[in-house]
Design a protein around this ligand. Structure first.
Ligand code: GLN
Length: 304
């Protein structure tokens, strides 16, 4: 029989908080480098509407690349399958901010979750309107998914990344050089940096992920076919060069962010959010991954 969810989350949280080998917080965005690494939170929103959480689950953190799942859902809604002429669906086998494949593949990024691919996705979502309109749609989507309007963009984090995002400027310029950007690099990146600076609590993130549970559970914001495909991309590409390892250890579709958050989906059953700011060598939350591994094992949750 499945263990009691609340006591399981309490146990996982207590164990993770006692650990000292928690990885290093991202410092390439200076504002994120200020975050106290000694925090941990986990939250589970079930398909039947229950919510469980433990640790610092009401503390806001920077969602960063987890927002790429929401923008992909919106961009596919706007552009449909035409989006795939601009970005691929293959795992990259490289770091989230690696630029090498972009030249080899003539400006068509490997997938929508590496930075170059996410910049294309945001560019598509932005086309024909102003950044504030696109950002209002992104925030509106996330708030509606979470059923909570108290989700905001941290402007200090966005401007910190704008000042230091040299690699992302390189990506955007490369994309523009290959004719794969509809807006100026500055406009698209301004939107992308603000999107990444969306802050949420772990509880809000777990709730925002419910639309990906599928099987007609949770708010139906995108079609069931698209939910399946978003999950497929999360499983194969959601952890960059650590996607195979995450699938092996946890066995669930998931998306990480350099703020230390992970959103994982148990199809048909639950949306899980975990947060621990320290990262492993692939830029994925170190203890967050371990906590997900424990939870999935004890609940017997896996897509395999
Ligand atoms: N905003 C970050 C960047 O573009 C997002 C990266 C991440 O969360 N992996 O570098």
């Amino acid at each position: 029989m499945a263990p009691d969810m609340q006591s399981l989350l309490d146990r996982i949280s207590a164990e993770m908080r006692s650990r000292t080998d928690r990885g290093a917080v991202a410092s390439y965005i200076p504002e994120l480098g200020q975050v106290d690494p000694d925090q941990f939170a986990i939250a589970v929103a079930t398909a039947d509407g229950r919510l469980f959480h433990a640790g610092d689950a009401q503390t806001r953190f920077s969602a960063q690349s987890i927002t790429k799942v929401f923008t992909l859902a919106i961009a596919l809604g706007r552009a449909g399958d035409q989006l795939w002429s601009r970005v691929g669906r293959e795992p990259s086998g490289t770091a989230f901010n690696s630029i090498v494949q972009l030249e080899h593949e003539r400006g068509r990024p490997r997938n929508p979750f590496v930075n170059a691919g996410a910049i294309v996705t945001t560019d598509e979502l932005l086309a024909g309107r102003e950044p504030r309109e696109a950002l209002a749609e992104i925030l509106g989507f996330i708030r509606a998914a979470a059923g909570d309007d108290d989700i905001h963009i941290n402007k200090d984090v966005a401007s910190s990344e704008t000042r230091h995002g040299h690699r992302n400027f390189a990506h955007a310029n490369f994309l523009a050089a290959f004719g794969n950007l509809k807006n100026t690099p500055e406009k698209t990146l301004g939107t992308y940096f603000h999107q990444c600076a969306t802050e949420m609590t772990t509880v809000q993130l777990a709730k925002a992920g419910r639309f990906l549970i599928g099987a007609d559970k949770g708010p139906s914001m995108v079609s069931q076919g698209r939910v399946r495909r978003l999950n497929a991309l999360m499983l194969t590409c959601g952890h960059y060069d650590g996607s195979g390892e995450f699938a092996y250890r946890v066995g669930l579709p998931a998306k990480s962010g350099v703020g230390g958050g992970i959103l994982a989906i148990v199809p048909g059953k639950a949306s899980v959010a975990v947060w621990s700011p320290g990262l492993d060598h692939n830029g994925n939350s170190k203890l967050g991954t371990e906590a997900m591994e424990r939870l999935a094992r004890e609940m017997d949750w896996s897509v395999f």
